[in-house]
Design a binder for this molecule. Structure first.
Ligand code: C5P
Length: 263
């Protein structure tokens, strides 16, 4: 028997970032939107934990204990008092280290797949807390659709979306390290008061109304300047999208993937 789980990438239509906290993380108002670009994780019984990856970016995915999907399987097995005897195969379409939560998606999918394969029926709150331990974006990958993430992004409140939005994504060569982008954000903010992050009511209304023009007028990513500072070539990609008629052009999360909202 095997279990296959398909899991979407995300774009952040608003990513408001506060000052660094004592624990090194930043408080966020993070408006996540799942998009129709998917990884697929298949879990099959095996002797021990085995991981394989296929797809255009497969060579960049770590296959050791740092892989988030492997860590998810181990965390669930430990909680269930069993061994993580599973072969996880990831068919990867989401860019690696691209700011689209690809690693987080694989972790959430591995949890759901192993939970079903091992017949655990783990309560959703427990799955969500394992996700939060694995990374700030992993809880959203478990719930999908649209949500406002607060805290470090792990506390989720579902959001209504009243229509379909059409996106074009430009994958960049190479990745950006999320901690490095947050460090650059802190550097750029030095000597300035950083306001507490809040979700913009007009943006939430645009999502609710399914109105792409209103959404385009309100999208906002506080990490964009930091991502552009570390990868200045992204500015030309954003400009090309705007010239091609995009309603809005922005860096996705910590980048370097760029996202273009279309009519
Ligand atoms: O939670 P996750 O492991 O995905 O975070 C990766 C890194 O991104 C953290 O170590 C931290 O440097 C940065 N981060 C942050 N504030 C957040 C989320 C992530 O500073 N809310």
């Amino acid at each position: 028997m095997s279990i296959t789980v398909r899991v979407p990438a995300k774009v952040n239509v608003q990513l408001a970032v506060g000052a660094p906290r004592p624990d090194g993380y930043h408080d966020l108002a993070n408006v996540f939107l799942a998009v129709g670009l998917y990884d697929t994780v298949t879990a099959t019984p095996a002797d021990g934990l085995r991981l394989t990856v296929t797809g255009p970016d497969a060579a960049q995915v770590p296959l050791d204990g740092s892989n988030l999907a492997a860590r998810a399987a181990l965390a669930l097995a430990e909680r269930a008092g069993r061994t993580a005897d599973v072969h996880l195969h990831i068919a990867k379409d989401i860019p690696v280290a691209g700011g689209m939560a690809g690693g987080s998606a694989d972790a959430a999918a591995a949890l759901v797949a192993c939970d079903a394969l091992w017949g655990l029926a783990t309560p959703r709150e427990v799955l969500l807390s394992i996700c939060a331990d694995l990374g700030s974006d992993v809880p959203f990958s478990l719930v999908g659709e649209a949500a406002l993430g607060t805290g470090r992004g792990e506390k989720l409140e579902p959001l209504q979306v009243g229509g379909t939005f059409h996106w074009v994504f430009a994958a960049a060569d190479g990745g950006l390290s999320t901690p490095a982008v947050y460090r650059e954000f802190d550097r750029l903010c030095e000597g300035r008061e950083v306001p507490a992050p809040t979700a913009a009511p007009a943006l939430l209304a645009a999502l609710r109304d399914g109105d792409p023009h209103a959404l385009a007028a309100t999208v906002d990513n506080d990490l964009q300047a930091a991502a552009l500072s570390l990868n200045p070539a992204l500015a030309a990609t954003l400009a090309a999208g705007t010239e091609a008629g995009a309603l809005a052009a922005l860096v996705s999360g910590s980048g370097p993937t760029t996202a273009f909202l279309a009519e």
